[in-house]
Design a protein around this ligand. Structure first.
Ligand SMILES: [Zn+2]
Ligand SMILES: [Zn+2]
Ligand SMILES: [Zn+2]
Ligand SMILES: [Zn+2]
Length: 227
């Protein structure tokens, strides 16, 4: 994956595409989002503490999400969401902690308002063999009515990082696991070069998907938000 180029993402409310570094600020002033918030406020009901969480892969920072999450929801809700949008391949174990492997596990029944405060960063590990590591940081907190009846609202998501075929530089659509595991190559292949690619010890090349788990443990997507 190319380095040095700032990752871009899309605001779920207005559809605008912005650099990763500009998205948090945009979300705090997005007119479309503001409208959603005002609509929710008019509906009445209980106020909640709502957390803006910046989620990103610990190693491939081009994969990131901006979520708004209810304080009364639990880490289990967050785990479910991460599995659905990014991680789930074959039901591996997962854990939250305040640091990496060295720090103690935070139980999944923990409420989000107990686990996070402004600036607090947690670490999520999915699959203790071929691990996917995700960092989750609370970038801001607000009091108000949630804009959705679900525990989480997806506010922004990275656009698919540019991937090029290692043979011809055309956009890649597949990834070869054998290249990744044994050849130390990117394994990225366009449609045409995937067809005559010689490797099959790890199965056929897998489709490229917008998830940091792409190419790990046979992950083939769909990498879609659950709601
Ligand atoms: Zn927007
Ligand atoms: Zn798996
Ligand atoms: Zn290969
Ligand atoms: Zn190619």
């Amino acid at each position: 994956m190319p380095r040095g180029k700032q990752s871009k993402g899309k605001c779920t409310y207005c559809g605008q595409e912005l650099a990763k570094g500009a998205m948090v600020k945009h979300l705090s002033s997005c007119a479309q989002r503001q409208e959603n918030i005002e609509k929710a406020e008019r509906k009445g009901g209980e106020d909640e503490t709502l957390y803006h969480l910046r989620v990103q892969d610990a190693y491939r920072s081009g994969f990131w999400l901006d979520l708004e999450m209810r304080g009364s929801a639990t880490l289990k809700d967050l785990d479910n969401y991460l599995r659905a949008i990014w991680l789930e391949c074959c039901g591996h174990l997962s854990r939250f902690s305040a640091g990496g492997w060295g720090s103690g596990e935070i139980p999944k029944k923990t409420r989000v308002d107990k686990a996070f405060g402004p600036g607090v960063e947690l670490n999520h590990i999915y699959d203790f063999g071929t691990s996917s590591e995700t960092s989750i940081k609370a970038v801001s907190v607000r009091q108000g009515k949630p804009t959705t009846s679900r525990p989480i609202a997806l506010m922004a998501r990275n656009l698919m990082p540019e991937t090029k075929c290692m043979e011809c530089d055309q956009p890649a659509e597949f990834v070869c696991l054998e290249c990744l595991e044994e050849e130390d190559a990117s394994g990225m292949l366009c449609n045409q070069h995937a067809q005559d690619h010689p490797h099959d010890n790890y199965g056929e090349p897998l489709p490229v998907v917008n998830s940091p788990r792409m190419g790990m443990c046979g992950y083939a997507g769909p990498a879609e938000p659950p709601y």
